[in-house]
Design a protein around this ligand. Structure first.
Ligand SMILES: Nc1nc2c(ncn2[C@@H]2O[C@H](COP(=O)(O)OP(=O)(O)OP(=O)(O)O)[C@@H](O)[C@H]2O)c(=O)[nH]1
Ligand SMILES: [Mg+2]
Length: 250
């Protein structure tokens, strides 16, 4: 089972209007500092946050209890004038956990109404989380041939393709910056990943390297995934291997 917490700014739309029209720079600064603080508070607890749409952030919160969420909510209340809802969802796949959180939010299923925490009762026992860290092979040489905005346009197309492919398999893909993506997965089969890599190679002429990490928390799963990715590069650079996909577990 995977546990996701969806964090949403409450009353954000109406509040943005109170700032007048000269607001975009302020909203961008707010969103950036909110993401920073959420990543800071949750990663201290072994969780990992994903910058979804900036006003709504997904966090892998396996092992995190309601009192842990309350402490983080209090930290956010100290740092920001705005309020936030936190909704905990659980599921066999990340997509199901997202559906579960969405349903709980619509039903107003409060776990702690005072702190605006909704959703399903978290489980504290160890459960497996899987993250796939995907990175473009040799993106520096692609950047050398294309202008900065053309590189961005290619990355957006790769992201769209990845999101659609993995969503159909119950997994959620996120763009992490540069040429990096992470897929919060639930045991997507290796040959399914290979099929995606072949599709991207054919459609865009791009090769991905793909590190898979398994652990009991989001942060540790990401660490293992990145470790696998670094190992692929190491093998490539020493001429000892041409693997595109490697998996590690802790
Ligand atoms: N989010 C994230 N960004 C990274 C990470 N490692 C590198 N980057 C960024 O990704 C960009 C591309 O770096 P690389 O992927 O190392 O460059 P490359 O030419 O594709 O080299 P290879 O991936 O080794 O083939 C750089 O702008 C880095 O700042 C990472 O672990 N996470
Ligand atoms: Mg790369």
């Amino acid at each position: 089972m995977i546990q996701l917490t969806l964090i949403k700014i409450t009353g954000y739309g109406p509040w943005t209007l109170t700032l007048g029209s000269d607001r975009e720079h302020r909203l961008q600064m707010l969103q950036a500092s909110l993401y920073r603080e959420i990543q800071n508070l949750f990663s201290e607890k072994g969780c990992l946050a994903f910058p979804n749409r900036f006003d709504e952030i997904f966090v892998i919160t396996n092992g995190l209890s309601v009192p842990d969420h309350v402490k983080i909510q209090e930290g956010l209340a100290r740092a920001f004038d705005l309020g936030f809802s936190m909704t905990i969802g659980r599921g066999e796949t990340p997509f199901e956990a997202n559906l579960d959180a969405d349903a709980a939010r619509r039903e107003k299923a409060f776990l702690d109404e005072k702190h605006n925490i909704l959703g399903r009762q978290p489980k504290e026992e160890a459960e497996r989380v899987q993250i796939i860290h995907m990175d473009v092979d040799g993106s520096t040489s692609i950047s050398g041939k294309k202008s900065p905005y053309e590189v961005s346009s290619l990355i957006v197309r790769l992201y769209a393709s990845m999101s659609e492919y993995f969503l159909a398999r119950g997994s959620l893909a996120f763009f992490m910056g540069g040429d990096n993506f992470m897929v919060v997965s639930s045991g997507v089969a290796r040959d399914e990943i290979e099929k995606f890599l072949a599709h991207v190679r054919e459609q865009y002429g791009i090769s991905f390297n793909c590190g898979i990490g398994n652990a009991s928390t989001g942060r540790a799963a990401a660490m293992m995934a990145t470790q696998s990715l670094d190992k692929i590069r190491e093998l490539r650079d020493s001429g000892k291997g041409t693997e595109r996909i490697l998996e590690s577990t802790c």
